[in-house]
Design a protein around this ligand. Structure first.
Ligand code: SF4
Ligand code: SF4
Length: 444
């Protein structure tokens, strides 16, 4: 079918909302780029969308967008997409049946709509945020269910789960040390409950909304749906080109460094060592300021943000490595691995002990040699290259503002496993009492 003869039901729907065909094609171009295709694939994406939506006649997969332990940043990012109307119309047409944040409805009726979708089957779950298991899983409850129960119930019958954002992939911020809430990602929980539903991991903090749209379009409209309906996991994996971390290879196959506009300066050894410097003005490479581009895999420099207006490095920020989230290794968590963000070193930790490389070095003979050795160990472990700025024993702002420092934890509970366990048990007990009271209320 040529573009000219395609059924324009979707375009009509868009035009009724004042969205031109040109904007729609631009949107499809973004989806194509986000999927790792050339922007010239836009007409093909447009045609597939139009045809599938028309053929489906309302029979497309419903989508349930469920919040775990999150800041809702991924939803917020999605809601701020530059072409919101196009994205929203497409999502409406694919039936966004439930979203804690975006749905106008609330309470029992919204929960009932979710349950009905689950019972009917053939739906996709978008799960945002981590899943907390500590404190009897009571740190997150919606409609009296824990985050873990909600995910397990929704995932069991789903055709696929899209783990959206780094918290959903392997815990992200929620799982950062010392992780008292024992947060983890979607894949870890599904494995724990032996649920075989395919998981598509889209990391990022927040995840780029165009990545989500591109995956939804591929899953729901461009062949993935057939695989899902047939329960054919390999077909879904093939359609999306998922790698061994369950991430679409077209989006997460290359490093930020591979597609960075400052790469030429890196090769020439032209670096920014200080914000506000002449070198920064000249747009030199941000590696000494902690840029995690060389070890972070995502196509941010290609997809960019806000309708390809700019992105982190173009805006002058080193890449923080927010897409570094390995679902097979909770320790490979972007907050754990990449802090402090604007430095080239990190805390090393063994179990519950963590320390700065400089501190260790000071306690050893041959101070300089040890510092270099340990520094290299840290760099190697984090997949970084040699060189960069000096270690920072204490954050400069914290040193100047000791009364307001956020550089140190208050360990009254968190550093004491016995106290922490007691606190967890107490909170779990309180929730049990609350649950019993709620059940009694319902029984009345
Ligand atoms: S180190 Fe960072 S700023 Fe420099 S070229 Fe690589 S990705 Fe770009
Ligand atoms: S450039 Fe780096 S910090 Fe920015 S969104 Fe991409 S991975 Fe995250």
């Amino acid at each position: 079918m040529s573009e000219a003869t395609a059924n324009f039901g979707l375009v009509d729907a868009l035009e009724a909302r004042g969205i031109s065909r040109r904007s729609f094609l631009k949107f499809c171009g973004s989806l194509a780029v986000a999927a790792g295709l050339s922007a010239t694939a836009a007409p093909r994406v447009a045609m597939a969308l139009e045809t599938e939506l028309e053929n489906a006649k309302g029979g497309l997969f419903p989508v349930l967008w469920i919040e775990g332990a999150s800041c809702t940043g991924c939803t917020e990012s999605f809601a701020q997409i530059e072409t919101p109307d196009v994205g929203k119309v497409v999502l409406e047409l694919i039936a966004l049946n439930y979203s804690d944040v975006l749905c106008a409805g609330a309470g029992h009726s919204l929960e009932a709509a979710k349950e009905e979708t689950i019972q009917n089957g053939n739906y996709v779950v978008v799960y945002e945020g981590g899943i907390t298991q500590g404190f009897g899983s009571n740190t997150l409850r919606v409609a009296m269910e824990t985050g873990e129960e909600i995910l397990v119930h929704a995932a069991e019958n789903a055709a696929a789960v899209i783990a959206l954002g780094s918290c959903a992939v392997n815990g992200g911020w929620m799982a950062a040390y010392p992780n008292p809430a024992e947060a983890t990602g979607v894949s870890g929980i599904l494995k724990k409950h032996s649920i075989a539903t395919p998981v598509v991991n889209i990391p990022g903090c927040p995840a780029n909304p165009e990545w989500l749209m591109s995956v939804l379009v591929q899953v729901l409209m461009m062949g993935g749906a057939e695989g899902l309906l047939a329960g054919d996991v390999p077909a879904v994996v093939k359609t999306l080109g998922l790698n061994d971390e369950g991430k679409p290879q077209g989006i997460f196959g290359e490093t930020i460094h591979d597609n960075c506009e400052r790469r030429g300066h890196f090769e020439n050894g032209e670096f920014v060592y200080e914000f506000g410097s002449k070198e920064e003005e000249l747009g030199y490479c941000l590696y000494p300021l902690g840029c995690k581009g060389p070890q972070t895999k995502a196509n941010c420099g290609v997809t960019m943000w806000n309708n390809r207006r700019s992105w982190c490095i173009q805006a002058g920020s080193p890449c923080l490595g927010c897409c570094e989230a390995n679902p097979n290794d909770p320790g490979d968590n972007w907050v754990e691995v990449n802090t402090p963000f604007y430095k080239r070193d990190r805390d090393l930790h063994i179990g519950d002990w963590f320390f700065r490389p400089t501190v260790v070095a000071a306690g050893l003979t041959g101070i300089v040699g040890a510092a270099i050795l340990i520094h290299r160990f840290g760099m190697k472990k984090a997949g970084r290259m040699d060189g960069g700025a000096d270690f920072e024993p204490i954050r400069a702002w914290d040193a100047k503002n000791p009364d307001r420092s956020i550089g140190q934890y208050e360990y009254s509970v968190m550093g004491d496993p016995v106290k922490m366990k007691a606190a967890q048990e107490e909170i779990a007990k309180q929730y049990e009492v609350a649950e019993e009271a709620a059940a009694e209320d319902e029984g009345r």
